[in-house]
Design a protein around this ligand. Structure first.
Ligand SMILES: NC(=O)c1ccc[n+]([C@@H]2O[C@H](COP(=O)([O-])OP(=O)(O)OC[C@H]3O[C@@H](n4cnc5c(N)ncnc54)[C@H](O)[C@@H]3O)[C@@H](O)[C@H]2O)c1
Length: 388
């Protein structure tokens, strides 16, 4: 890559107002043109150094309709699959957004990397740990940028959590409780791809659980998970009464709507986790980090969407007095999605590290996979991370 930026970009300070070098445009393709692809295209359209050149979807006509609806002309869409699109060398793709359902995360990503194309892959990383490992092997072999779509990382409040931990004010962190959920929020606004095993693979556990895990694991430096005791259930998803307008969805529901786990992390940290798409309570609790010198409370949101739910509180005892410090909410400037797309484009353009690297999200995936395996086995399991 000829252009190297002088200093590493600080993505937390980035906004769409950052000057962009438009001399070199990046040629972008879309794999999967469903719901979240809409957020990707909105952001790409705001980037002055991007040309959207191609898109594909397994459903015939869906890609063409997507670009028409989004007012982007001249995009090639006559591909039956991601393979056909990536095999079309005339496109000269710099990067693709992989916006497919979870079961189709690994396959197109590996294919794109093997073709020498940079990839922005939507979250969760994959469904299984083995898939994530295969993807990382392809990433390593290709030398290309692969970033995972965790835009909450770019929120100033989420970054504050890491700053608090890194400051040392909490001492050694030994216990973390995290998770969240919705009282009623099984995601079926555009059909059933989130609730079927053959498309989603995992339910609430991966869909929103991956965000909760990232929030705390990123803050404490992504320690390696060692063992997991996991539980999953599907009482709401399988109940026809849950969907008054679509009782037939209950038969299709084949993932989890609730998951809980007890995870041991390297460095002596215990992680207590629970996540729900549906439950008979308002919240399964705030996120808390307990350290030897202080504690941190991060309020839960009532519709877990990867944000801090209110002012955080730091608990310390100073001179024998119990004190509580409130951390005010920081108003975010600019769209998190724009920051996610911009940081990915800059990594591709200037040879910077992936904004959300697989080396970290591998451990997130190992936990999701471990919870699913432990739930099936009905006992604690050891996590073994294969060599990449
Ligand atoms: N970052 C976020 O805020 C966020 C929000 C929602 C969803 N997501 C993630 O985005 C992904 C997609 O979610 P969605 O809501 O857009 O799903 P969706 O079902 O609306 O769209 C997925 C599309 O991918 C297509 N597809 C699947 N495999 C394909 C392949 N190999 N080649 C071409 N097209 C293929 C499907 O036909 C479908 O149209 C999920 O993994 C989800 O977790 C992320």
């Amino acid at each position: 890559m000829a252009e190297k930026m002088d200093a590493k970009l600080d993505y937390s300070k980035q906004s769409t107002e950052t000057p962009v070098d438009t001399n070199r445009k990046l040629r972008i393709g879309f794999i999967g043109c469903g719901w979240i692809a809409g957020s990707h295209i909105d952001s790409y359209k705001r980037m002055s150094d991007v040309e959207i050149v191609a898109g594909c979807d397994l459903i015939p006509g869906k890609a063409k309709a997507f670009f028409e609806r989004n007012g982007v002309a001249g995009v090639k869409t006559d591909y039956a699959s991601h393979k056909e699109m990536l095999d079309d060398d005339s496109l000269k793709l710099d990067a693709v957004s992989v916006c497919t359902y979870n079961r189709q995360h690994a396959i197109p990503t590996i294919y794109a990397l093997n073709k020498g194309v940079n990839v922005l892959l939507e979250k969760p990383f994959t469904v299984t740990l083995d898939e994530a490992v295969e993807v990382m092997r392809a990433e390593k072999e290709s030398g290309k940028v692969l970033s995972i779509g965790f835009q909450p990382r770019l929120d100033a409040n989420m970054q504050m959590i890491k700053k608090i931990v890194d400051s040392g004010e909490l001492g050694k962190i030994y216990y973390i409780q995290t998770g969240g959920g919705r009282r009623r929020g099984i995601p079926t606004p555009f059909g059933t791809t989130f609730i079927r095993d053959d498309t989603a693979g995992l339910g609430a556990l991966a869909d929103i659980g991956c965000y909760s895990l990232d929030m705390v694991l990123n803050a404490v430096g992504y320690p390696k998970p060692l063992t997991v005791t996991g539980y999953k259930s599907d009482f709401f998803g399988k109940d026809p009464a849950y969907y008054p307008n679509h009782p037939e969805y209950a038969k299709e529901f084949s993932v989890d709507d609730f998951a809980a786990a007890f995870i041991r992390l390297e460095g002596g940290i215990i992680l207590d986790f629970r996540i729900a798409w549906a439950m008979n309570i308002d919240t399964p609790g705030d996120t808390i980090l307990l350290g030897t010198k202080g504690g941190l409370r991060i309020p839960s949101t009532d519709c877990w969407n990867g944000t801090v739910g209110g002012p955080m509180k730091i608990y310390k005892t100073i001179g024998g007095v119990n004190m509580v410090t409130e951390v005010p909410i920081i108003e975010s400037k600019g769209s998190l999605f724009d920051k996610k797309i911009r940081s990915f484009l800059d990594a591709c353009k200037y040879g910077l590290p992936a904004p959300v690297p697989t080396s970290q999200i591998l451990y997130n995936q190992a936990i999701l996979d471990g919870i699913a395996r432990s739930a099936r086995a009905g006992k604690e399991i050891k996590i073994t991370i294969p060599k990449i």
